[in-house]
Design a protein around this ligand. Sequence first.
Ligand code: ATP
Ligand code: MG
Ligand code: FE
Length: 336
Amino acid sequence: VYILAVETSCDETSVSIVRDGQEILANVVSSQIETHQRFGGVVPEVASRKHVESITWILAEALEKAGLRPDQLSAVAVTQGPGLVGSLLVGMVAAKAFACAMELPLIGVHHIAGHIYANQLVHQLKYPLMALVVSGGHTELVFVESEGRFRIIGQTRDDAAGEAYDKVARALKLPYPGGPHIDRLAHEATEAVTLPRAWLEPDSYDFSFSGLKSAVLAVLNQAGMKGIALEPSAVARGFQDSVIDVLVEKSLRAVEAFGAKQLLLAGGVAANKGLRARLEARCAEAGVPLLAPPLSLCTDNAAMIAAAAFLKYRRGQFAPFDMKAEPLLKLEAWSV
Ligand code: ATP
Ligand code: MG
Ligand code: FE
C-alpha cells in the first residue's frame, strides 16, 4: 500500500509517500521559516500564499524521489486539521484535485494523530500506550488504548509548550522559532535562574505555561530596572528546567496510572535535547520503554500524516470529496 500524503497545516509545505504506514519512500519538506523570521512568527496570509507557490513542485518532487507513477498509489491523505484555515485549505484543494484526477480514494488526517504516529515510521508500537504531545500549538497527554483510539487525559490550560518556548525566546531576543535556541543556551549554562513549576491540582494531568512565561518576563524586567546583567543562558536553563520537570513527572505518573506499555514522545518540542535526556533517564529508572521519532520527524512533515492515514486505509475509512478543512478538529473525534 502506497499512500501519498500532503501536510500544510502551518508553515511547512510537505508531501510524502509512505509504504504500509511504515517505510518512507519520499519525504519532501519545504520550510517557510526564513520568510516568517522577520515577523517573529507565522503570518497566516503569507503562509497560505507560500503553500500555493510550492505545493505543485513539491508534489512532483515527492513522486520523482519515490520513483513511482501516480497510478501505482493506493490513496491520497491530507491534514484536515487542526491548523491555520488558509494553510489547510491549500493542501486540501491540492490533495482533492490530485486524488480526483488519478481516481484515488481520499483520507483526512488529524495533525496531532500524525505527530503521534510519526513514531510508527521508526518503532513497533505496543498498546495501550501513553503519548506526550508537545508542539507549537498543543501540549497534551494522550492515552491510546488501542490502535487509533485516542483519549486526551490532560492538556494545557493556556499556552502550549512550544508557544512558551517561542515567547521566552522572543523576550531573550533570539530568532524565531526559539525552541532550538533556548535548548542550546540551556546546555551551555553554568547557572540557572530559579523559576516556578505549575503542578496544578495533585491529581491533574493538565499543564500551564503562561505563569512561567510571566515569571521569566518579570525576572528580565527586574534585572533591567536594577541594571543587573542577567546571563540569557541562566534564564534559558531555569525556564527549560521548569518545563521539563513538569512534563516528565506528569508523563510518568500517567504511564503508571493507565498501565501504558510505552511512552511516546511527539511534536516539535520532542526535538528538545534536555527533554529527551531527562525522559530517557526517568523511563529507564521506571522500566518504561520510551519511543521518540528522529528529530526530522518531530516537526511538521507529511510522512507522519501518511503513517496515521494507514490506520484509516486498512479500515476502509475514506473521506468524501466534500471533506472540509477543520481548523479546530478534535483528536478524539478522529479515532478509528
Ligand atoms: P501543532 O503541531 O500544535 O499544530 P506546530 O505544527 O506549529 O503546532 P510543530 O511543528 O510540531 O508545531 O513544532 C514547532 C514548535 O517546536 C515550535 O514552537 C518550536 O520552537 C518548537 N521546537 C522545535 N525544536 C525545539 C527544541 N529543540 N526545543 C524546544 N522546542 C523546540
Ligand atoms: Mg512549523
Ligand atoms: Fe505540528
